[in-house]
Every structure is written in structure tokens, then in C-alpha cells.
Ligand binder design. Structure first.
Ligand code: CA
Length: 413
């Protein structure tokens, strides 16, 4: 619901939050976890401009996971109180404010479980066409929000280097394979959603209630080793080609902050089946979020944008993913993370991974430095950015999610 926290005229006494292009104006208020220099303990915070407000001390909030565990109404109430606090200066209000550049940002929440979906029809069709002629989509695609269970243990915060993984790779699809560092390392531009409060074992979350269990979103890069993936994925799906690293941004932008950017999903193509009743959620369950991918090689001064997509173009919404995930009674816990799947759109400029953008390496991307890329090389820096704009509302940003590729470890060589 829209309320006074979304008023575009609202300003903060933290001046940097009032810059027109600031990612974190007072209308945003994303949650983060951080550590101060020389301290062991972690703190829960809220970003405002280029500062972070510690909400542990005065606000009595033990952790970001505790925020995820709140019912939706309590999260809305907390957002209103934080907004008032940061709009109206009272003496001492800046006591628990720390500049972002002076703190260490951690994963924004402790993550119990991580599941990655495959919810972009454009992505699934493009990738399917690269590997299967005739029928690019599996017969279940338009009925089921497809997913696989990922590894929470290798989800890392933006800025963490990503080491090129080793794995089994087969030149010929029939084998035999060799064990080698991956030569086809890729990124995937995704949106992640932090969940809570969740459900009990055996009790599904209905689609019309699922929205209240999506606490907020982050940028997510599902690093993928395509050569390992193509050899291992049948019949049970991706495994070691994905589980070596997943990067996320340090800021959980709440569904409360995203309210002005909620929208109706793009209509399904004519002739597509309607979702089964248990997947029929509210009509405004999509979010209009722009997602950009920037690449910088060690030979480039600044990064270049390789793609820009819109999250509203997804075939399945986050509420449908959550309703499906719990439909068999599987419990969701506060701080669980889901990935949306690669966000791609109808145009080439919307393609959210190199596999699609270069047609499996057949059409390399030209960089301003004169270099070409089929897949990622050591030293490449990959950065996701995201933001939302709508007439009559303040622009908000998701920050960035960055990772640099490190050479494979000397392992068997
Ligand atoms: Ca993925």
C-alpha cells in the first residue's frame, strides 16, 4: 500500500540522500548487515544516502533475519518509523550513523536455503534453441515455474572475488570428458528475493498470500560454467556448474519500497495456457525494475554496458514462484533466498548472459578496448546495477553487485 513514506517530496536530514540520482533516498531504506573496523560483531543497518544507520542499538532489532521474520504489517510499521526518524532530525539522531566507505558490508542476511528459478520465457527459449533444434521449450515450461536447489554456502556478497572453477568438460557430447578449469565461464543477470516469515512443514502458502512472504529483493549474479553445465545437467539439472559461487548485492530493497513500481505482468503470448488455480495470484504482482550488466576487462579504463533488461518481462512472478515452491508443503524460513532466473527480454540488448548474447560463443561481443569476449576471462570485472523509476515517484536504486574473475587454483596442474 502507498503511504507517506513514498511521498516524492520527502527529504532526509542526511543530505547525501537528497541527491537526485542517489540509490538510497529516504523513499528506499534498504536493509544491510555490516561490521565496523576492528569489531567482531555484525550489525543490522538501513542505508540512507552514503550512510548506514545502525538499527541494533536504539531500535532493538537483533538481526536482518529478525526483520525478514516479521509479518508484513510489522515490516510496514518499521518502515514508517524509520522514515519519520530519518526525515525529522532530533538531537543525537546521527549517533548511530556510519559512512558506507568506513564499514565492511556483509551478506545482507544469513541465508538458510537458496533456490534458483528459470522464469524468463525469452531466456528459456533462447537457451533452448542453442541446444535443441525444433522444440526449444520443454513441455512443462508454461505450466511449472522451473527451479533447482542451489547452495546457500557459496552465496557471497558483492566485491568477493570469484575463482574460475575446475570441472568435467567434454568436447564431444558423448564424452569422454577431461578434468580442467572451465573455459566457458558466464554470468547470469537475476533478481534475488529474500523470503519471510514463511510457512510450517506441510502447510503451503497460497498464491494470494505469497506476496506478504517476499520481504525484499537484491541483485543476483548466478555465475555459470557452461562447459561443465552441458556435460553434467542431464537428467537432474545443474550441479557443480553453478554451486561454486553466486554473488548478491548487500542491500535488501523491501517490497515496501518497491510499492510504487508494482505492476501488472506482461500478458502471456496468445494461445498460452492460463496458470493452474494454485498459481493464480494478484494482478499487480510484477515489479518494474531495470537491470543492467556492465563489464570491464583489465585493459579498459571504465566498464561498458552489455545488456539492459526489465524484470517485469518475466513469465512467472515472484509470488507464483513462492506459491509453487511451498505447494507440496516444503517450508520457507526467514532469510531463505530465491533467484528469479536470468532476466532476458525480446531484443538482443536484453539478453542477460553471454551464452545468449554471443549465441554460445559464435558471435563474440566487441569491447571498446578492441578485445572480444565469447565468455569471461581472468581479471574481468562484472557488475550488475538495478533501479526503478515511475512518474510521480522518487527514483530508487538497488546498488550494485560486483565480482572479478580470479584464475583457477593450481589444483592438479
Ligand atoms: Ca540461473
Amino acid at each position: 500500500m502507498l503511504d507517506e513514506t513514498h511521498d516524492p517530496q520527502l527529504r532526509s536530514w542526511v543530505e547525501s540522500a537528497n541527491e537526485p540520482l542517489a540509490d538510497f533516498p529516504i523513499q528506499n531504506l534498504p536493509f544491510c548487515r555490516f561490521r565496523r573496523p576492528g569489531e567482531e560483531r555484525t550489525r543490522a543497518g538501513v542505508a540512507i544516502g552514503d550512510q548506514v544507520l545502525d538499527i541494533g542499538e536504539d531500535w532493538g532489532i537483533a538481526s536482518v533475519a529478525a526483520v525478514m521474520a516479521m509479518p508484513a504489517a510489522a515490516r510496514t510499521d518499521l518502515r514508517r518509523r524509520l522514515s519519520r526518524h530519518l526525515a525529522n532530525y532530533t538531537p543525537g539522531a546521527d549517533r548511530f550513523l556510519y559512512p558506507v566507505r568506513e564499514i565492511e558490508l556483509l551478506l545482507p542476511c544469513e541465508i538458510g536455503n537458496y533456490t534458483d528459478f528459470y522464469a524468463s520465457l525469452h531466456h528459456a527459449t533462447n537457451v533452448g534453441a542453442l541446444f535443441r533444434t525444433g522444440n526449444p521449450l520443454a513441455p512443462n515450461y508454461k505450466w511449472i515455474p522451473i527451479a533447482y536447489h542451489g547452495r546457500a554456502s557459496s552465496v557471497v556478497v558483492s566485491g568477493t572475488p570469484v575463482r574460475r572453477p575446475w570441472g568435467q568438460v567434454a568436447e564431444d557430447r558423448a564424452g569422454p570428458p577431461v578434468f580442467t578449469p572451465s573455459r566457458k565461464l558466464d554470468y547470469e543477470v537475476e533478481l534475488g528475493a529474500f523470503l519471510g516469515p514463511g510457512n510450517r512443514l506441510g502447510e503451503p502458502i497460497r498464491a494470494d498470500q505469497a506476496f506478504d512472504h517476499i520481504a525484499g529483493v537484491v541483485l543476483l549474479n548466478d555465475w555459470s560454467a557452461r562447459d561443465i553445465q552441458v556435460w553434467e545437467y542431464q537428467p537432474l539439472g545443474p550441479f557443480l556448474s553453478k554451486s561454486f559461487a553466486t554473488s548478491i548485492s548487500p542491500w535488501i530493497v523491501t517490497t515496501g519500497a518497491l510499492e510504487p513500481f508494482r505492476c501488472v505482468p506482461e500478458p502471456r503470448p496468445t494461445g498460452d495456457p492460463q496458470p493452474l488455480p494454485y498459481l493464480c495470484a494478484g494482478s499487480r504482482d510484477a515489479f518494474d525494475i531495470v537491470l543492467e550488466l556492465w563489464l570491464r576487462s583489465p585493459h579498459m579504463q571504465g566498464p561498458v554496458m552489455l545488456s539492459r533488461g526489465r524484470f517485469r518481462s518475466m513469465y512467472w512472478t515472484l509470488t507464483q514462484m513462492l506459491a509453487h515452491h511451498t505447494s507440496n508443503g516444503c517450508p520457507i524460513c526467514p532469510g531463505d533466498l530465491i533467484g528469479s532466473g536470468t532476466v532476458s527480454g525480446p531484443e538482443k540488448s536484453n539478453r542477460g548472459c553471454l551464452l545468449e548474447l554471443t549465441a554460445r560463443g559464435a558471435e563474440p561481443v566487441a569491447l571498446p578496448s578492441g578485445e572480444k569476449r565469447e565468455f569471461l576471462e581472468d581479471g574481468d570485472e562484472v557488475t550488475l546495477r538495478g533501479w526503478c523509476e515511475a512518474p510521480g515517484f522518487r527514483r530508487i536504486g538497488l546498488g550494485e553487485c560486483r565480482g572479478v574473475i580470479e584464475p583457477a587454483i593450481a589444483y592438479l596442474s
